[in-house]
Design a protein around this ligand. Structure first.
Ligand SMILES: Nc1ncnc2c1ncn2[C@@H]1O[C@H](COP(=O)(O)OP(=O)(O)O)[C@@H](O)[C@H]1O
Ligand SMILES: [Mg+2]
Length: 560
């Protein structure tokens, strides 16, 4: 009697593996382009026809394969990239599973043309996993893989293909991700002969972002460079004031490998706390480096996910990295669209060298050294004009004071509380029932910022003490507005209750637009703003400072 268990023929096993690795044309494109990068290609061309249904072709100028290697590459678990399981730790190549080529070849009409020396070459034709023909071929060093009739022998899968434009878009997205992580490599992508992407070799990550999406995006990005313990985060994040509710780009890479990790993107967003308007979504491009043994890259067949040994720590570092990027005054919005604030930014891809965004002289950073700051004057009773070493800054007095108060109040709420003044004549104020309820819920927090509020009778409360954040402070009006905001949940976008309260208080207690300040007050406000952690942003996602670089003035007046 024969047993009931049989080992599946290799071809069937490959088709099953294909189910995981080769989900759709985009996954074929991703695997083939990754192979080209692993082979050291400097230029990679991708062509699709009919959304990849009829044809996917990836050509590279990488190291190529000998005939023997090309035949071996088609066998399952054949890889040149690791030799044993220990090599998986900190693996530096995209591939290591040795599954992609046999899986793709088992569900298509597949052709390899390759040469390892630019003189002799090989062509292999495979149909549904069966080697049909091997022949000599003439070509330069490198490899071209052509995949026709994808899923011709797996009709169920073929049925699941989406409309060609959708598949094309997914494939383009896969190439874009790889183009971001390898700026030094040139990429061209054409679909039905239309060129959808064509980028030459770039010197830095930001140059690549520029080539992919133009200045419009690149100019709004701030460099990230942060390390905590063994975790390093580099890349770019968008200035809070330039984030929009839709169309953001959120990319996370680990060891240069694109990963899908909504939690990491969320951690980055948490770093924006209190600088961004509710509903706005900033673009982020983050490159994480963690020690090889602190991350497992082999947890997903298409390698789209990784597992961190301490995910919460990594999320914490990402959040801090974003916060640190928003902290310097360079984060202030420049005047005009193409004023081109210049930053020193670290290169992508772990190269570590410092490169400059775009051309021009290195920008002189704004130093928060108040001795060199000359408040010029207040204009429109709303803005403070300020000269500093590298240009002119225009500060919105309300936004600035709001940021200062927000940070002060956060410290008071978590520390000893604010100094309060006992009012000589206690205030009596009337509120609506929902407002009275909001007062009740926030009594402790109100006390911490200096408001001692007691119920009196009916809808009336008595205010015994009040804060005094500035000389023009109107204690009654501030409390009324604050309580109305709290009742209406005005800062509902902020997750944390303390942050919500602090933002509301700061907004209402701050110096208002239209209030005249004397030079001493202006000077003090500016000094306190520059000492804040996130000076360039108010708590609504608006800028507090707009920069007019000196070079820009010189350019406009024809002095340079
Ligand atoms: N474009 C290419 N250029 C040179 N060698 C390649 C190329 N594509 C695949 N190979 C070789 O074929 C092997 C198998 O590829 P693949 O099935 O994708 O597995 P993996 O990438 O996991 O090693 C690779 O390890 C590599 O040696
Ligand atoms: Mg591979």
């Amino acid at each position: 009697m024969t047993g009931k268990i049989a080992i599946l023929p290799a071809q069937v096993a490959d088709q099953i593996a294909a189910g995981e690795v080769v989900e759709r044309p985009a996954s074929v494109v991703k695997e083939l382009v990754e192979n080209a990068l692993d082979a050291g290609a400097r230029t990679i061309r991708i062509a699709l026809e009919n959304g990849g249904r009829t044809l996917i072709r990836v050509s590279d100028d990488g190291e190529g394969m000998t005939r023997a290697d090309a035949e071996l590459a088609l066998a399952r678990h054949a890889t040149s990239k690791i030799r044993d399981a220990a090599d998986l730790i900190g693996v530096g190549t995209f591939g290591f599973r040795g599954e992609a080529l046999p899986a793709i070849a088992s569900v298509s009409r597949f052709q390899i043309e390759t040469s390892a020396d630019g003189k002799t070459g090989t062509r292999l034709d495979v149909v549904g996993g069966q080697l049909e023909e091997r022949a000599d071929a003439v070509r330069q060093q490198g490899t071209t893989i052509t995949v026709r009739a994808l899923f011709f022998n797996t009709p169920a899968r073929r049925k699941f293909l989406r409309a060609p434009p959708t598949e094309t878009r997914a494939a383009l997205e896969a190439v874009t991700l790889l183009a971001l992580t390898r700026p030094e490599v040139a990429f061209a992508f054409a679909s039905d002969e239309r060129v959808l992407l064509d980028v030459g070799p770039a010197k830095s990550g930001i140059e690549r972002v520029h080539a992919l999406w133009g200045r419009e995006l690149a100019d709004t990005l701030l460099p990230v460079a942060h390390r905590e313990g063994p975790v390093e985060v580099t890349g770019f994040v968008q200035r809070p004031a330039q984030a929009k509710p839709a169309g953001r780009k959120g990319y996370v890479f680990v060891h240069g490998r694109p990963i899908r990790d909504p939690f990491m993107v969320r951690a980055a967003e948490a770093g924006y706390r209190s600088t961004i308007a509710p509903g706005d979504r900033p673009s982020v491009f983050l490159f994480l480096e963690v020690p090889g043994d602190a991350v497992d890259v082999n947890v997903h067949p298409a390698k789209l996910e990784v597992r961190f040994r301490d995910k919460y720590f990594v999320e914490h570092v990402v959040q801090e990295a974003v916060r640190a990027a928003l902290a310097p005054l360079e984060a202030a919005v420049p005047v005009g669209e193409t004023a081109g604030v210049r930053f020193q930014v670290p290169g992508f891809g772990g190269s570590g060298e410092t490169l400059e965004i775009f051309s021009g002289e290195p920008g002189s950073p704004l130093t928060p050294d108040t001795r060199h700051l000359t408040p010029l004057f207040q204009v429109f009773d709303t803005y403070l004009l300020l000269q500093h070493d590298s240009g002119l800054a225009i500060i919105d007095q309300h936004s600035a004071h709001e940021r200062v108060l927000y940070e002060t109040v956060m410290r008071q709420l978590t520390g000893d509380g604010a100094p309060a003044q006992r009012l000589l004549l206690p205030l009596t104020l009337e509120f609506t029932p929902p407002e009275l309820e909001a007062i009740e819920r926030h009594r402790e927090l109100l006390l911490r910022v200096g408001y001692e509020v007691e119920p009196f009778s009916g809808r009336t409360v008595v205010v015994q003490t009040a804060p005094n954040p500035h000389p023009r402070f109107d204690a009654a009006r501030c409390l009324q507005e604050l309580v109305a905001d709290l009742a209406g949940n005005r800062f509902g976008g902020l997750q944390n209750r303390l942050e919500r309260f602090a933002a509301t208080f700061a907004c209402r207690a701050a110096i208002k637009a239209g209030q005249r300040l004397d030079p001493e007050e202006s000077r003090e406000l500016v000094a306190r703003l520059l000492a804040a952690t996130l000076p360039a942003h108010d708590v609504h996602g608006r800028p507090t400072i707009v920069q007019l670089p000196k070079e820009e003035l010189e350019r406009r007046f024809g002095r340079s």
